[in-house]
Design a protein around this ligand. Structure first.
Ligand code: 3IX
Length: 189
């Protein structure tokens, strides 16, 4: 079997939390037109059940910059039930997963000084998969309430981005998560 490989652009310097560069806005990194990171995913990775815009059965999760971090909003439907009245935990994990990988993609583009969707950008796209997903369920999550997930970039390295996330339902923090997003190996293409 061919060894996994992924393209790391030379323009992507390694940056880690504490180096003073993580999360800094530059003139390149904002999506001013109201689009989300997932709106710019190439078609070959736009079928994700959680966040792929091309998956007609999926959740169509969308993540945008919100200051130095990101925000993802989702209101579960009544079918996403765990015990009556409360949200299924697997869905909560899914939302944190896609909010994390989306944040990773946004952070990687920002660190490379690139803008998602830039028609003049002919570098290879930076595509991430989930290497690790951690979720702490802190409080029962009520159905019928918008869930707001805020993402924070903890670390950016050559092949991975670490993102911590917090999900709130109204004023209640219902879950915290951490995603280790790794550049997608060529074997998954
Ligand atoms: C036109 C504009 C376009 C803009 C947008 C472009 C792209 C869009 C971006 C993203 C879109 C991509 C997909 C979106 C769709 C879905 C998102 C949802 C996510 C998923 O639903 S996706 C499915 C589930 N996912 C898998 O199916 C992965 C299966 N798996 C593997 O394919 C490998 O297992 C892999 C690749 C994970 C690792 O491969 P590997 O081991 O060869 O990686 P490698 O050695 O390079 O590690 C590098 C650094 O990651 C650390 N690391 C690696 N694995 C770790 C782990 N598990 N825990 C903790 N740390 C880990 C190492 O420790 C090292 O860290 P360090 O550098 O610090 O040493």
């Amino acid at each position: 079997m061919a060894a996994a490989r992924a393209v790391v652009p030379a323009s992507w310097p390694e940056r880690t939390a504490g180096a003073g560069t993580v999360g800094r806005m530059t003139s390149h990194d904002t999506l001013h037109d109201g689009t989300a990171f997932q709106d710019h995913y190439p078609p070959d990775v736009a079928a994700c059940f959680g966040c792929g815009r091309l998956n007609e059965h999926g959740h169509h999760l969308r993540t945008t910059w919100d200051g130095e971090g990101t925000v993802t909003r989702f209101t579960p439907g009544p079918e996403q039930t765990a015990v009556p009245g409360y949200v299924y935990g697997g869905l909560i994990a899914s939302v944190i997963d896609c909010a994390g990988t989306g944040t990773a993609a946004g952070a990687a583009y920002r660190a490379a000084g690139r803008t998602m969707g830039d028609p003049d950008d002919h570098e290879p796209p930076l595509r991430f998969v989930t290497g690790r997903l951690e979720v702490d369920y802190l409080a029962p999550t009520p159905l019928g309430v918008e869930l707001v997930v805020r993402g924070h970039i903890d670390e950016i390295k050559a092949r991975k981005v670490v993102v911590s996330l917090e999900m709130a339902a109204g004023d209640t923090v219902v879950a915290r998560g951490r995603v280790i997003a790794v550049l997608m190996p060529a074997t998954m293409e």
